[in-house]
Ligand binder design. Sequence first.
Ligand code: NAP
Length: 270
Amino acid sequence: MHFENKVVWIIGASSGIGAALAKQLAQQKALLILTARDSDRLHSLGKELNTLTSCVVLPADIARRDTLHIIVQDTLRKYGHVDIVIHSAGIGQRSLAIHTDISVYDRLMEVNFFGPLTITQLLLPHFKERSGGHIVAVSSMSGLMGFPGRSGYVASKHALKGYFETLQVEHDIPGFHITIVSPGRINTPLPLSALTADGQPYNKMDDAQLNGIPVNTCAKKILHAVQHKKQHLIIAKKERYLYWLRLLLPAAYYRIARKAGVKERHTASM
Ligand SMILES: NC(=O)c1ccc[n+]([C@@H]2O[C@H](COP(=O)([O-])OP(=O)(O)OC[C@H]3O[C@@H](n4cnc5c(N)ncnc54)[C@H](OP(=O)(O)O)[C@@H]3O)[C@@H](O)[C@H]2O)c1
């Protein structure tokens, strides 16, 4: 079992992809640290997983940047070190740029970009000292191309991918790896907490989300990529073709993406 006795810190573990990863890693006897804001959900997952492996819960809000150095110290104290960090915390968006309050962009950047960035900066000396470590950055297909109704989300995921891709090519830490994951739609409750134009949660599931790739399949592919030290992993259905279209036939990509934009404008006006 590749992950046995590896210390894995999952940030965004209370739901969706992070929770699915926690369950699969527990089966493989990884030593887990679970982080998210919802302490009750984390504790109930922790209780379930403690029957399989050692699992500690460390609730935190990664948008509170000034507290993250304490969170990182607390994490390192739990098992004395960390082998793998999974950045899965994130929030989505459902609003056209023209209607969207600037505070929504701030929030999306804080959670989806500055949180993971700050934690990574704080951990790099630890990985350097240990000559090893692995960071998994859950970006999105929205980190590779634009998508209507997601301007702030897309910007945050482009920033995330840009930062980690740069780290991949500039670090000189032996035994240290980064895997960037770009999922398309995965069947998780992400739309429920997605921010609308005034910052209120969208609170609905879209059909496209419900028909997304099963979350356990997504988690399995991520763990396979980590085990094989893959630098970039795309987990997507239709979005994969849109991405290739953008690279090879950009005019076709713009036509299709604009069509999705018309649909989004219609939804936003209802
Ligand atoms: N589902 C998809 O279709 C899809 C596609 C592409 C990329 N992704 C990315 O995958 C990652 C996981 O999303 P998901 O689909 O699993 O959605 P999810 O079920 O909503 O999970 C999001 C996780 O992030 C945590 N989180 C949100 N804000 C946080 C904060 N300020 N501090 C700490 N934790 C926070 C949530 O926990 P609390 O609410 O308890 O804090 C939850 O555990 C996200 O980065 C998302 O952008 C998802």
